[in-house]
Structure formats: C-alpha cells, structure tokens
Design a protein around this ligand. Structure first.
Ligand code: ME8
Length: 512
C-alpha cells in the first residue's frame, strides 16, 4: 500500500509532571498543522501525541506519591488528556509507552536489531543523569553535574554489563543523509548544530539498563530497554510497526516530527540511525521549536518558573492563547514569556483588528440589509490581495512558519478594515442607489469568509463562529480549493451578528 496520509507527531511528554505552556506550545503548533492539513491537504492526515511513562525518574516520583508507577501514570495521563481537551487539541491518536502493543512492538524491534547485529553486548562505565535519563561523557559535565541547564543534578557513576546500539557505524550514512537533505532538520541553526555533532564523531549508545525496573523488559531478561529507545520508537509503533504493516504503509515515513530543540540529538541522530538499522525510510522533516523562557532560561518546574495554560486561558480565552503563543515569535526561536506583550497583542490583533472587523461588517449588514448577503460580484483589486494571501499562507505553513501564515492573514484583516474606512458604508447607506453599498457589503462578507478559513486552524472556535455567522455550515475553509475562490459566498445567505469575539482587556483588569 502506498503512503497516503500526512503524518504529524509531537514529543511524548513525561508523566512525572503536568503540562505547562511549553508543552502546550508544541502541541498547539501540531494542532494547527493537523487542522490545516485536514481542511487543505490533498489526502488524509494523522496527528499523534502521547506520554512517555517509563524510566527511573517516573518510578521515583510514583514511589514518593505512594503509588505504583502504573497507578501514578494512569492518573497523570488523564490530566494531560484533559489539558488537551481544554485547549481544543484535535489529536487522532494518543499513545502511552505503557500500552501493551507498544511494549510488544518495542521488544520485537529490539530483537530484530540484536539479530541483525546492530545491538551487541558490552560494558557500560560512565556518568548517568537519572533525572534526564541520559548518559553524559565526562567532558560534558559542568562541575561534575548534569549539563542540562534545567537539571544540573548530580550524576551517578554506572558500571554494568550492558547492550549497545552500534550508533557509530551509521555516522557516514547519517552525514550523507544530512548532505543530501539540507532541509530535513529545521530551523537552519538546528541542522547546523546536529551536523557538527555528527562531524565530531559518534559513540555507540547504551540501550539497556540492568538496574532500572520500570521499563520495557529486555527480551531474554536482565533489565529494561533504555527509556529513550522505547519512547522514540513510538512514532513507528503507533503507526503499526511491526505488528500491522498494512496500517504502517499508509502512514510512514512521518511528514513532520515537531519537537523542542533540547531533544534534537535523539531525533536527528539516534532516531534516524535506528530507522536505518531497521531498513525504514526517515521522516521527511524534524522541526525544533524554540523555548519559551522565563528570566532568560527555559521554564523549569524545579525553579518554579512554569506558567500553566489555565493561567492564560483564564485571562485571554483558549483561542486567544493559541493565537498569541504562535504569533509571538518565529517558530524555532526562543522567546521570553511576557504577559504584558501578550496583552498588547491580544488588544491590537484580536480585539481591535479582527474582533472589530467581524462586528462592524455583520452589524452593518444587519442594519442596512437585514443580515442578507447581497448579490455576488467580482472585485479584482480585493480578490487579488486575497489570492496572494492564500499563496503566502500556504507557503508559510508548508515551511512550519506559523507567524508568517498569521501575518499574511492579518494583512487582509487590516486591508478590510481600511476598505471600510475608505468606502464609508454608513454614508453609502444614505444614497438612494443601493448598488454601491451592496457591492461593499458583499466584499466585506466575502473577505470575512476567507479570513475565517485562515483563522480556523489557529483559533478553531473563532473560525467556526465566524463561519456560522455568515450562514455557512461545515468546517471553515473545507474543502480548501473550492472554498477559497472569490465569490463563493452565496447571494442571499442569512447572517447573524455574533457576540463580541474578543472584548478589549484593560491592563489594570489583567493585573488584578
Ligand atoms: O523530553 N518551550 O518530554 P518532556 C517550548 N519525553 N517548548 C517546550 C518547553 C518550553 N519551555 N518545555 C517543554 C521529553 N517544551 C521526552 C520526549 S519524544 C520520543 C520523548 C516542549 O515532557 C518541547 O516540545 O520533557 C519539548 O521537546 C517537550 O515539551 C519536552 O517534553
């Protein structure tokens, strides 16, 4: 069977904690792409997310809470799922690394790699960070501690018989893949960093843990499979590998793995090498989002600098939170969390620009024409601007450039607001000849329809509210190539004025 589905993934989040806006940021980004592809894509799409539940760290947290690791994960997973429902994440599949079919698939993969000679026995001696579940060479430690700025905990010396994946044997092939596919890791800075890591040489990877009990058991006994190998294989096990190869053939290779930049090495060096060892094709793109920072550093639970999505949705609402997070910075760049900046953006882009356009357009239509869409007509100047915006929007999302897509949509929002100022419908309404006012009102409603389609992947509830206010049913913008033709809004459609979508928030109210 040929691959026919756009396949998109997020990282699997650790269940030792609950979601903060950093996790939400990556997941919202994936949701935007998934919704856009469902509406505009040529085929099906599949959006995978889930939880990473094995490893010593999670066993430790569970023990501290007086629960078994599985009991602990079962209740935390519900909080992740609830969070995603609360912010309108439309995943198609949620995988847990404790799912029995995932565990069985990982064991099969492990056995295959052993049989092929890619996993071999050896002895591990070195530093291990229990918190990060990562082996660190001595040269990387900072003052004898874990070099991850979020962690910096003491590392332990491990000395045990272990199994190793022959990562170093894949270095040449990885280098060749990077050279032949210069856009497969993005942004460019991520590609460059990973390429220079490769050039610096690779060591084999220890893939078994004799002393960690909470994990996928090693086939044949003697401990568990290294949690990162277990977790990273989710992208193929969720798609059916190796137990349902028919399903797998529709999905794999993934079109996009969205990840945070701190896990690039796992996704662009270890993961492709594992896939090469399994004779499977590599994902088309790994895109690393930047970090949302607080006081210049990645948000960190241990430093008490995390912001929860609920804190933002209480203030702005779900859609506005989704918008402000993605409009704030180029995807792939870090940005400092600032409620003040978010508030400014909310008031400028949502309350003033979009909210105002929706209200004034539909209110004027209600007042002057009983809410009925006037006769359809062609307006070359306006429609050319919308065609260009559509092309720019599509191009931006093909390049995982959320801010770019929003910019092209908001240029049209502002163009329509300007059109209102220039044509002054309230003055045209005083003229006995109806034709000119009808043309302007049609243009505004039609423009609004396009904007609803652009807005929908980012702000689903808002897009739907705009769409139904225009008397339309179905998913805004679907199917894309029919919907995004100027003049498709039917004459005679009955519109309604929605409640204010984005009431202005005063800074004083926000602070209280
Ligand atoms: O790393 N800014 O899970 P995790 C932006 N289980 N994105 C952030 C962020 C921030 N401040 N904080 C977290 C793991 N993220 C592994 C992954 S994948 C097979 C296994 C996002 O719970 C970002 O996508 O620590 C980052 O990579 C992910 O959450 C890390 O989640």
């Amino acid at each position: 069977m040929p691959k026919d589905t756009f396949y998109l993934t997020t990282p699997l989040y650790y269940t030792n904690s609950t979601p903060h806006i950093g996790h939400a940021y990556s997941t919202i980004a994936a949701d935007v792409l998934a919704r856009y592809h469902r509406v505009a894509g040529k085929g099906k799409s599949h959006f995978l997310t889930g939880t990473d539940e094995h490893g010593q760290r999670i066993a430790d947290v569970a023990a501290a809470a007086g629960m078994t690791p599985k009991e602990f994960c079962d209740q935390i997973v519900e909080r992740w799922k609830q969070q995603w429902r609360d912010i309108n994440i439309s995943y198609d599949q949620f995988i847990r690394t404790t799912d029995p079919d995932h565990e069985a698939a990982v064991q099969r993969i492990f056995t295959t790699l052993r049989e092929k000679g890619d996993i071999v026995p050896g002895r591990y001696e070195g530093w291990y960070c229990r918190n990060d579940e990562t082996f660190w060479p001595e040269s990387k430690l900072i003052d004898g501690r874990c070099p991850n700025p979020e962690c910096r905990r003491e590392v332990e010396w491990l000395s045990e018989d272990a199994l190793f994946f022959k990562l170093s044997a894949y270095r040449e092939r990885l280098i060749a893949h990077f050279l032949a596919n210069p856009a497969w890791v993005r942004p460019q800075s991520a590609y460059n960093e990973m390429f220079s890591l490769l050039e610096g040489g690779l060591e084999d990877l220890c893939v078994s843990r004799a002393t960690v009990g909470w994990g996928v058991p090693l086939p044949g006994g003697g401990g568990t499979i290294y949690v990162w190998v277990d977790a990273i294989c989710n992208y193929i096990t969720a798609a059916g590998y190796p137990l349902d190869l028919d399903r797998f053939s529709h999905l794999w290779p993934a079109d996009v793995h969205l990840i945070g930049k701190e896990i690039l090495r796992f996704h662009t060096i270890i993961w492709p090498a594992l896939l090469m060892a399994l004779d499977l094709p590599l994902p088309a793109l790994v895109f690393a989002n930047g970090w949302i920072t607080m006081e210049g550093e990645k948000m960190s639970k241990s430093k008490g600098t995390v912001v929860r999505p609920a804190e933002l949705t209480a203030q702005f609402g779900v859609d506005a939170m989704r918008y402000v997070l993605l409009a704030q910075a180029a995807f792939g760049s870090d940005f400092g969390f600032s409620e003040e900046q978010m508030l400014r953006r909310y008031n400028a882009d949502l309350a003033n620009d979009l909210g105002n356009l929706v209200q004034r357009t539909l209110s004027m239509l209600a007042r002057y024409r009983d809410g009925i869409v006037p006769e359809s007509h062609v307006n070359d100047a306006l429609s050319a601007g919308f065609d260009d915006a559509r092309a720019a929007y599509e191009d931006a999302l093909a390049n995982i450039d959320f801010r770019g897509a929003l910019t092209s949509a908001w240029e049209r929002v502002r163009a329509l607001n300007l059109y209102v100022e220039q044509t002054k419908p309230w003055e045209l309404a005083k003229k006995p000849d109806r034709a000119e006012l009808d043309r302007v009102l049609y243009d505004l409603c039609e423009g609004l329809r396009w904007i609803a389609a652009f807005v929908y992947p980012f702000m689903p509830t808002t897009g739907e509210a705009m769409w139904s206010s225009l008397g339309l049913s179905g998913v805004p913008g679907a199917p894309w190539s029919d919907a995004l033709r100027w003049g498709a809004l039917a004459t005679g459609s009955r519109t309604t004025v929605p409640p204010a979508l984005f009431p202005r928030i005063e800074a004083a109210a926000a602070a209280s």
